[in-house]
Design a protein around this ligand. Sequence first.
Ligand code: ADP
Length: 636
Amino acid sequence: MTAQKMEFKTEVKQLLDLMIHSLYSHKEIFLRELISNASDAIDKARYEALTNGNILEGDGDWKIRITADKSAGTLTVSDNGIGMTKDEIVQALGTIAHSGTKEFLTMLKEKDMKDNPELIGQFGVGFYSSFMIADKVTVITRKAGKDGQGVRWESTADGSFTIEDAEKNTKGTEVILHLKDDDKKYLEEWEIRSVVRKYSDYIEHPVVMDIEREEDSTIDKGKKVKTTTEETLNSRKAIWLRNKSEVTDEEYAEFYKHISHDFTAPLKTIHFKAEGTSEFTALLYLPSKAPFNILYKDYKLGPVLYVKRVQIMDNCEELIPPYLRFVKGVVDSSDLPLNVSREILQANKQVEIIKKNITKQVLDTLRTLKDNEYDKYLGFYKEFGRIVKEGIHFDFSRKEQIADLLLFPSTKTGRDTFTTLQKYIEGMKDGQEDIYYITGATYEEALKSPYLEAFNEKDYEVLIMLDEVDDIIMSSLEYKGKKLKSAGRGDIKLDKAEEKEREQAKKKYEKIIDLMKEQLKEDVKDVRLSSRLKDSACCLVADEGDLDPHMEKILKAMGQEVPAQKRILEINPAHPLFGAMNALFEKDGKSPLLHEYTQMLFDQAALLEGSKPKDPAAFARSVAKLMVENAQRVAS
Ligand code: ADP
């Protein structure tokens, strides 16, 4: 068969381009990535042998081999792992399978990547990093267990690759890098040794290289002979099984990069051993930066699962609740069976115990971080706070513990400082019963809301919630016996004394209110006097149990069907406008002006809410008419 030429998908071309231009000062990591891939491939082959009872040739002698050929200028990384079929390699090395890739790459392009290697690191560096040091890469691979054919893949990163059948006698993969002239140093033994030590020391499988030496001949005295010995370059110690005191921060960080494909060091490392009802060791990490696809459905969550040092699964989602899905790491259990399957995991008691234990450790670590290293915590919270919050909705038993981790700006903190629910409660005024919040797209927008008028007058603090999920999550929260209430929803009663006045006003204005209700019955659920307004004449509020107005807007913007929800029009009885309208009403209940002003009142309320008047042209006409009348009156 002759070689078949195929085009890379656009995303691959873009990624290659970015990688070559942004990571050039971190070239050596290509070797870490290839060794990682080789190690994963061996884990897969071993797991296959273990679970399906497949006897694979070379079992037990798992190895990653590095070969430097100075005369050919090539560096080869080979493994005896799972290998790939033709279809698999076309898919694996010709496309990128994450959703959100396009958006992410566009975002990267807009930023100056040269100063931001960690951004592309967020994406996962991977196989393509080979092209930083090689102008041509050849991959020869054969799938384990197939008696079939080897495949040869080759590319010069010019937008395409070739694929053809190839001879390969053993299973596994060889990646042959044809080094660029400037990068020939990676053929030197000492360079390879130092890069492997630095980045891949903890890899469980041996990374070997044939080392040639000249030695004194034992037969022919005075003569030198060449000897070749296979040396293992990595210490192979499973890092999570070592004592905490023996592992350096750098070693922890390198291991994190291996399992997470992240480029940046982790924010925090959690390493512990559990004994008793369940025996396991966990090495977990809180990343510094959120992976670009953490909010997508196909984001893979969960630590790598080992059973007695044997890797069983890449992402074991049964071990961690989704609201902690940013946690990366390794869990090594002594209790689970080696041939554990997904079905067993889902119903296993040990798994449940491990999950509980991990959840507790992570939440405790976050709590300590918040209390003792607030700046670091703030960094964490900005990346992952939105995700932790989901726990309030989904983890009933730890609601309050999670609520204690939340940070919010408030009407009293300023935009960039934060308070907590605990601090909020400590600052509550006498007579204040609930915790109040308002949602908005920005701090400034929320702060300007008319819903806050009465709260400001009473000097009540109101939490400002800017995350899309906030309203759904917070409205169901009760913290230390206090309810969280949206300032923009339901009937707010802040002051008992004022209630009496309101009752009186209600009676006084009953008739005009009825008239307004009748006129606006298509548009609003109710018209009532307000307790939340102090300066504004009117506002629209959501009924108790309805969607928060901000949330409704977000859902609509996302193209979701939102059932038509009528608002309640609240009127400020203390505002002179209302007094004037009532006077007009008492004089002539049928005046057409009343009709026009009622409509204008409703339109104003819509504007205050950030919506449009129902008929903007009619509204503009009415305003213009009023201006003309007023100007003529002043001028005459
Ligand atoms: P990642 O490892 O993050 O998935 P890569 O770009 O490094 O991304 O690799 C893409 C895919 O190619 C891998 O997921 C794997 O399926 C396949 N692959 C890469 N190297 C090997 C290898 N040595 N053996 C088998 N498959 C491999």
